[in-house]
Design a protein around this ligand. Structure first.
Ligand SMILES: Cc1cc2nc3c(=O)[nH]c(=O)nc-3n(C[C@H](O)[C@H](O)[C@H](O)COP(=O)(O)OP(=O)(O)OC[C@H]3O[C@@H](n4cnc5c(N)ncnc54)[C@H](O)[C@@H]3O)c2cc1C
Length: 458
């Protein structure tokens, strides 16, 4: 009789899960666990998602005859105890491709091996083998386009159906004290999220199916925040409720210009993990060291106004309120709010990145760090330093009739299409809304350029 442990992490699905398929094929029965190691209060929005995603996964497993056990504690202490108590000879996981977690996995593998237990890792979270995709000079790529050209031909996908019946093992009684649950945030600021989102594998597949019906409109409409034209698959992909291979394959099969553009966006997710693999320090420091002496501004009042959607600039405020109420923000608006914080306000990108990690349901250290450093100009393949998004121009261009602004800023709903993007220009007080931007658009831009030029000249 052989028993294995399957440790779910960010692969909360039954289909297309190579590590899970291997675990089920290798053993007579399998003990299914998720280990919660987070500090209470950390990454609140995505933890709220996690709680619901685990509930969906537990129900999917239950229907196939197995139970998911959610345990709390340090995996290095829990897993050897668990393996000894249930007589497992292997622990199966999907790789995370996060430098710190991968290093911890190596320690854990050594620890388990001393107890005669094998730790077996499999892929499934990414499509790109970061060590294989290298430039002609055998260096890792620093720019997205050549990376993507080299990576795309290597992407392949082997569909694996979800198992129909699963022989699940029972949690040993001595581990009962470790059973926990993912508590909902307090206060319940996540309640509005669930009007928009349903975590779990079935919902991820349904979202992909519905999105593919409208894929042809994606290239033209994806930048318009007032139109629901993007897939909104990011939290499902982050938690591994659907595999990137499945998404890629379905888009490729659908074909056309929409598919090409969409697959390139999946490429950015791959690039984010690629950068993290090759430059792990970019998680905590500027990718471009010239920025290490950059004169970031201290402005706690301004930072708070940005977080709360009270800057007086409609597109910024609409984006920040969407983030708070939905746990998600449209990509174009993410770029504009990040540019405003780091350039017009001069506040360190790390402050913005931390707020996003706390409030996004798709909070992902690789994509978030890449996005923030790209916009701030400190990162790999960074936007040129002189690109300072003008939030009013962006608003007029990508939300011309103010659909997005009116949805999130009811106090501006009565303004006409011409004045809603910059209400201060009409010099009319709007009850409940700031009279003017907290930073003047022109002087904010000039200040940013002066600071950035000093760095560029070095
Ligand atoms: C400042 C900033 C912070 C960001 N933080 C995150 C984050 O924490 N988590 C996250 O998943 N994405 C992040 N992004 C990337 C992007 O905004 C989201 O992935 C996208 O908005 C998700 O919406 P969607 O699923 O409808 O995207 P779609 O347009 O439908 O794209 C499909 C998928 O491709 C991937 N993708 C698309 N654009 C990007 C991108 N620029 N970088 C990396 N992957 C991308 C996502 O997995 C997405 O689900 C950030 C971008 C910026 C500018």
């Amino acid at each position: 009789m052989s028993r294995g442990i399957f440790w779910f992490r960010r692969d909360l699905r039954l289909a297309d899960n190579p590590a899970l398929s291997r675990a089920i094929q290798s053993h007579d029965d399998v003990l299914f666990v998720y280990i919660d190691e987070a500090e209470p209060g950390s990454h609140d929005a995505s933890r709220a998602w996690l709680g619901k995603s685990l509930a969906a996964l537990a129900a999917d497993l239950e229907r196939r005859g197995a139970t998911l056990h959610v345990l709390g504690g340090d995996p290095k202490a829990l897993l050897p105890r668990l393996a000894a108590a249930c007589g497992a000879d292997a622990v199966h996981v999907s790789s995370l491709y996060e430098p710190q977690r991968d290093a911890r996995d190596a320690e854990l593998a050594a620890l388990l091996s001393r107890a005669g237990v094998t730790m077996r890792r499999a892929g499934g979270r990414l499509l790109t083998d970061a060590d294989q995709v290298r430039s002609k000079s055998d260096a890792p790529y620093r720019v997205f386009t050549p990376f993507f050209k080299a990576a795309l031909p290597t992407w392949n996908y082997r569909p694996r159906a979800a198992p129909e019946r699963i022989a699940g093992a029972v949690l040993p009684a001595e581990l009962a004290g470790a059973v926990t649950r993912i508590a909902a945030p307090k206060p319940r600021w996540d309640l509005g999220f669930w009007r928009q989102w349903t975590p779990g594998e079935a919902s991820a597949r349904e979202r992909l199916r519905a999105f593919l019906d409208d894929l042809d409109a994606y290239p033209d409409e994806r930048d318009h925040p007032g139109i629901d034209a993007t897939s909104r698959l990011s939290p499902h992909l982050h938690f591994g409720e659907i595999s990137p291979g499945h998404v890629f394959d379905a888009a490729r099969a659908r074909g056309g210009a929409g598919a090409d553009k969409f697959i390139a966006e999946l490429g950015w997710r791959e690039f984010a993990y690629y950068v993290l693999r090759h430059w792990p320090d970019s998680l905590t420091g500027n990718f471009n060291p010239r920025f290490d002496t950059f004169p970031w501004q201290q402005d706690p009042v301004g930072l708070e106004a940005w977080k709360r959607g009270r800057t007086g600039v409609p597109l910024i405020d609409a984006g920040m309120r969407q983030l708070w109420h939905e746990g998600w923000m449209h990509n174009r608006v993410r770029m504009v709010v990040a540019s405003w914080l780091t350039k017009h306000m001069g506040i360190h990108w790390k402050e913005g990145a931390a707020w996003f990690m706390h409030t996004l349901v798709d909070a992902d250290i690789a994509s978030n760090t890449l996005g923030w450093q790209w916009v701030a100009g400190t990162g790999v393949d960074a936007a040129p330093y002189f690109r300072v998004f003008n939030p009013v121009t962006q608003s007029r261009r990508f939300d011309p009739s103010g659909t997005y602004l009116r949805r999130w800023l009811p106090e501006l709903a009565g303004l006409d299409d011409a004045s809603i993007h910059a209400p201060w220009e009409a010099r009319r007080a709007i009850p409940g809304y700031p009279d003017k931007p907290i930073v003047d658009l022109d002087s904010g831009r000039r200040g940013a350029l002066e600071r950035l030029e000093r760095i560029a000249r070095r």
